[in-house]
Every structure is written in C-alpha cells, then in structure tokens.
Design a protein around this ligand. Structure first.
Ligand code: NAD
Length: 390
C-alpha cells in the first residue's frame, strides 16, 4: 500500500510546459506529481498567453521570475541556475511534444510527456537515442494505468487464472464531439487538424490509452496483423477520424476488437476492457475503477473490490486509499508520477539494476503507442485492409 512516505532521497525539482489555467490536462499532472512529496513545482511556461501563464503560475506558488513566457526561456533560465529544475512535464498539444522534448533532453532535463508521444516512430527512435546518450528518462503519462485493479488484471493473467487469452475487447467512447465544430474551443480545434494533432484524432487521443493498458495487462501478446476502419462523421474533421474500429490478430491466435469514438452521443461510459481466457474473463471500466468483474466459466460471477486482502500482491502494493474508500483517477496519476520519479531517481544514482525491473510508462511505451497509430492509419488509408504489424 502506498501511504505518501517518500521513496526517493529528495523531491525532484520540477517544471511544466503547458497545462495552464485553461488547459484540460494540467491539473491531472499536478494532482499526480504533488501527492507524495516526490516533486516540487518550481518553474513553468504554463500558457501560450504569457501574462495569463505568469498569473496562473504565481497562484500555484511558483516564483514570478520562474514563470516563463516560452519553453525556450524556461530551459535557458532554469539551466542557468544551480537550483534549476531537473525534470519537465509537457502538457501541450501533440505537435509540440517532439520539439519541446528534444530541447529539454539536449539541455540535460528529464522529460514527462503527454501522449500520443510524437507523430512518428522515427521521431520516437531519435528521442530514445538522445535520452540514452544523455542518461535521461522520458516518462509518458498514460494516466489510467496506475489504477490498482489494472495491476490485479495483469497479475491474474500472469498467474494463468484466465487460462489462454482468446479475446481482447476494448472500448473508449464519449459523445462530446457529436455535433459539428462551430464555435469549438482550442482543445477541439487542434485535435481535429492534422498539422497539430498528427495523423489521427480519436485513435491517438483516446485509443492509445486502450492500447497501452492492454500492453500492461497482456505483455506477452504481440500483434500479428490489424484492420482499422475510420470515419469522420463530421466531414470538416476529415482526413482525421471521430470514430474508428480496429480488429486485431495476436501472435497467440487471440482476436481483438477495439472501438474508439467521440460521437457516441450521450455515452458517458468512458473506457471498458474485457479480457477473455479459456477458463475465465475479467472486465473493468474506468467509470467504476474500484470494481473488477471476474467470471469463471461454470461458477457464480464475482465482483472484486480494490484494497481487499484477497487481491494479488501486485494490486495491493499500488493501492492508496484502502478498501471501502473510493480510489480514483487522481490516485492513478499519483502512481504514474511516483513510478516515473523512482525511475529518474534510479537514473541519477546510476542504478540500472533497479531500472531493468521497474515498471513505469517510458519511451518504449510511448513509441509502441505511436507504432500502433502508424499501423492503424496504414490500414485505414488502404481502405480498411488487413495489414501485417510493423
Ligand atoms: P489544451 O488545449 O486544453 O491545453 C493546452 C495547454 O498548453 C494550454 O494551457 C496552452 O496555453 C498551453 N500551450 C500550448 N502550446 C504551448 C507552448 N508552446 N508553450 C507553453 N504552453 C503551451 O490541451 P489538453 O487537452 O490539455 O491536451 C494537452 C496534451 O495532453 C495533448 O497531447 C493531449 O493528447 C494530452 N491529454 C492527455 C490526457 C491523459 O489522460 N493523459 C488527457 C487529456 C489530454
């Protein structure tokens, strides 16, 4: 169980790029990072609007002279200080991730970046090589995979409790973009423009969460081939999609079905996962993250609750609130940030043995998400054809 005791020697000096007052995801970063005393928010280039960013930063408790107008100024200002930040989170629109990550790494700063990490696998490979050369960590905020019951599912699969995995059924949908984009805010505008979003809308925006969580639960399954069918129900969003389905063949013979959509009108279900094995199935949704449905063929169905002693050690180890009390998205983000802090701390101490067995979403996870998107787009652009996974 995690109880807030500091697990690294001292808090990491932390800065943020983006995630300002009007940003959607910034508070999730701060909720995650500031929970366990592993990060201290000391600097930021929080906003494209420099004055608003400064006002916002000072209200977060950041010194005025460390609220910068641009990320370039942040890097220059902080690297010039002895007590400058050592890790920077990037919570800006997709098209900026690559250049800001590279600039931070080149300046010797660890990076925690939003997903989808970059536009191409080639960019991911370039950054992975740079991070390796500089001895720095790149973490990726797949914020839903800190939930304790995600790790319960992974442990059950590992123990063979489901039998051989046969079916992977995943859905992340909502209806917030069911209407057209007249009068849409900035967050919708950049998400529906290929120049700022990349080659996908909902596949990258929400589908990458499904894909990464499936990697955490089923690390032994690799994709052989997939078929992706995507469509823009609101034509102005084309060539990007507001709806997609992906069929998957895995190397063990398992079959997958994935649905992402932001035009599922009225739907508030968010994410749903069902992993079916030859003996039993598990089903979990982030709408009810405290409960896991466990169904064994021929037996009464069970609902497992987070924090209960009957759960696997891997799940209990990352529980924060204890059974009976709600454990939610903020707790999941706190775990992600904690695991990345432990990775940075180990890197700084040169503890490669710790790093080799430490679980956190890093550059590989970010790269695999981008690889999945590239394969989806290749299939969709070939007319929803089956493509070998590359
Ligand atoms: P947003 O448009 O709501 O907010 C972006 C913020 O970044 C704003 O504060 C804006 O002023 C600032 N900004 C933009 N460019 C900047 C720059 N060059 N320098 C400094 N600040 C800059 O976007 P959002 O919805 O918060 O999404 C941001 C990123 O987070 C995207 O990559 C998105 O895919 C990702 N995201 C991830 C999750 C998750 O669960 N991990 C959830 C939502 C969004």
């Amino acid at each position: 169980m995690i109880n807030g005791e500091r697990t690294i020697a001292r808090p990491l000096r932390w800065g943020m790029v983006g995630g300002g007052r009007t940003g959607q995801v910034g508070y999730k970063h701060r909720t995650g990072a500031l929970r366990d005393g592993t990060y201290q928010l000391l600097a930021g280039a929080f906003d494209l609007d420099a004055a608003r960013g400064r006002d916002f930063g000072t209200r977060l408790g950041v010194a005025e002279d460390r609220c910068y107008a641009t990320y370039q100024e942040l890097i220059a200002g902080e690297t010039a200080r002895e007590d400058g930040v050592e890790v920077v989170s990037i919570a800006t629109p997709n098209f900026t991730h690559f250049e800001i990550t590279k600039a931070c790494l080149e300046a010797g700063l660890h990076v925690i970046c939003e997903k989808p990490l970059f536009f191409t696998v080639a960019e991911c490979d370039e950054v992975a090589a740079l991070a390796r050369e500089k001895g720095l960590i790149v973490g990726v905020t797949y914020g839903f995979t800190g939930h304790p019951l995600v790790h319960q599912m992974a442990a059950m699969v590992k123990k063979g409790m489901l039998g051989d995995i046969r079916i992977v059924d995943m859905q992340y949908t909502h209806g917030f973009n069911s209407g057209d984009d007249t009068g849409a805010g900035e967050a919708v505008k950049w998400r529906t423009n290929p120049a700022t979003a990349g080659s996908t809308f909902v596949l990258g925006d929400i589908g990458t969460h499904l894909y990464y969580l499936s990697e955490v639960v089923l690390p032994h399954l690799k994709i052989d081939k997939l078929l992706c069918d995507r469509k823009a129900f609101i034509p102005t969003r084309a060539p990007l999609e507001d709806h997609a389905t992906v069929l998957t063949h895995y190397d063990n013979g398992a079959r997958g079905r994935l649905w992402v959509s932001s035009v599922n009108a009225g739907n508030m279900g968010s994410q749903r996962y069902r992993f079916v094995g030859s003996r039993a199935s598990v089903e979990w949704s982030d709408a009810h993250p405290d409960q896991l449905i466990y169904e064994v063929q021929g037996e009464p169905n069970r609902t497992l609750h987070h924090g209960m002693p009957y759960l696997e050690e891997e799940s209990l180890a990352v529980d924060r609130m204890g059974a009976l009390h709600t454990e939610g998205l903020g707790d999941s983000w706190a775990n992600i940030y904690l695991w990345i802090a432990q990775a940075i701390d180990a890197k700084q101490r040169g503890d490669e043995a710790f790093l080799s067995s430490h679980h956190y979403p890093g550059i590989e996870a970010g790269t695999e998400g981008v690889r999945w998107l590239e394969n989806c787009v290749r299939s969709a652009d070939a007319g929803a054809a089956w493509v070998d996974y590359q």
